[in-house]
Design a protein around this ligand. Structure first.
Ligand code: PMV
Length: 326
């Protein structure tokens, strides 16, 4: 290949309704269970990859800052996987920006590794199927597989690399849900998800959580396809609680909730009991994703803003797939 082949891609963050926690293979990020998520429109990463035979090493610029430590190393390892797949040996320069603040409680690894994968493959001039792009993105960050397809997405657990892929089960227009994110902390989580996944099996509850995950996913998918909010809310909250029960009972234990997270969860359940269609889900951090219908979003936003301990409220509708911009 010639020098300086470049492409830019954009990928949205996503929020899981049925969570991924724990791997059957840590190296390949083959998940213990299948998961289901919604892409978040407008919360995205834009990444430009330039393959250049003249470069002596890979480089990473993240939100305008040149990175040299662990972040560069993780990107370099991901570029190795892409080089291996495409038969490349050039190094790459990677320039990436999130349009949401890093550490604002919105996971950036999903949108980052989805955008990196799609840009790196496009820059090499390779044509891979969406399915294969999701498996490659998965190697960088499991949840990144789900940020490649459009809208509402299932990522399949499997024993082999090529079988653990993600696919859209409904487009973004299927259901006008909104993820209203109550930001309660801007701090970086102490234990990231990569480390968390490797300790999930140390909780006695993980085997049970994983055993029943296919049933929960089937129920969640059915509720989503029927747009049955009550059924959807019950299963989404239960699945989040199950994941956090595993986290809290792992060795060492991982407590991601803050007191205010629990306050919000309690309020959300009350609001729903009073007829407001809203439910909660939390990832590996204290911020609370309040999933509601578009008709209820203004009310949910106003109520969350009125709560003490809520620093900021952001809202995102269902988002589209990762795309090559140029
Ligand atoms: O893709 P990772 O390794 O950042 O893991 C994501 C884990 C959770 O966000 C907690 C759950 C999920 O399914 O997104």
């Amino acid at each position: 290949m010639g020098t300086g082949q470049s492409a830019t891609a954009r990928a949205n963050a996503n929020i899981a309704f049925i969570k991924y926690w724990g791997n059957r293979d840590d190296r390949l990020r083959l998940p213990a269970n299948s998961s289901l998520s919604m892409n978040l429109d407008g919360l995205h990463t834009v990444t430009t990859v330039t393959w250049d035979a003249a470069l002596s090493e890979d480089s990473l610029t993240l939100n305008g800052q040149v990175e040299t430590g662990a972040k560069l190393e993780r990107v370099r390892r991901h570029l190795d996987a892409i080089r291996h797949r495409l038969g490349l040996d050039a190094h790459a320069s990677v320039v990436s920006t999130n349009n949401f603040p890093t550490g604002a409680g919105i996971a950036s690894s999903a949108s980052s590794f989805a955008a990196l994968t799609v840009a790196a493959v496009a820059a090499a001039g390779a044509q891979l199927s969406e399915r294969e792009l999701t498996t490659l993105a998965r190697l960088g960050s499991g949840s990144a597989a789900r940020s490649v397809p459009s809208g509402f997405v299932v990522w399949h657990a499997a024993d082999r690399h090529e079988d653990s892929y993600a696919e859209s089960i409904a487009g973004p227009d299927h259901w006008d849900l909104v993820d209203v994110i109550a930001v309660v902390s801007y701090q970086h989580k102490e234990v990231g998800s990569t480390a968390g996944h490797t300790s999930a099996h140390t909780s006695e509850l993980q085997a049970t959580r994983v055993e029943h995950a296919p049933q929960r996913l089937a129920e969640c998918k059915a509720a989503l396809l029927e747009r049955n909010f009550d059924a959807f809310a019950e299963i989404v909250e239960r699945d989040s609680n199950l994941m956090h029960a595993v986290m809290m009972t792992s060795r060492p234990p991982l407590f991601y909730w803050h007191p205010v997270s629990l306050d919000i969860m309690t309020q959300v359940r009350r609001w729903r009991a009073d007829g407001l269609p809203v439910c909660y889900t939390l990832d590996a951090g204290p911020n609370v994703h309040c999933i509601c219908t578009a008709a209820a979003a203004d009310e949910v936003i106003a109520r969350l803003k009125a709560m003490s301990g809520v620093d900021e409220v952001r809202a995102a509708r269902p988002g589209g797939p990762a795309v090559v911009l140029s």
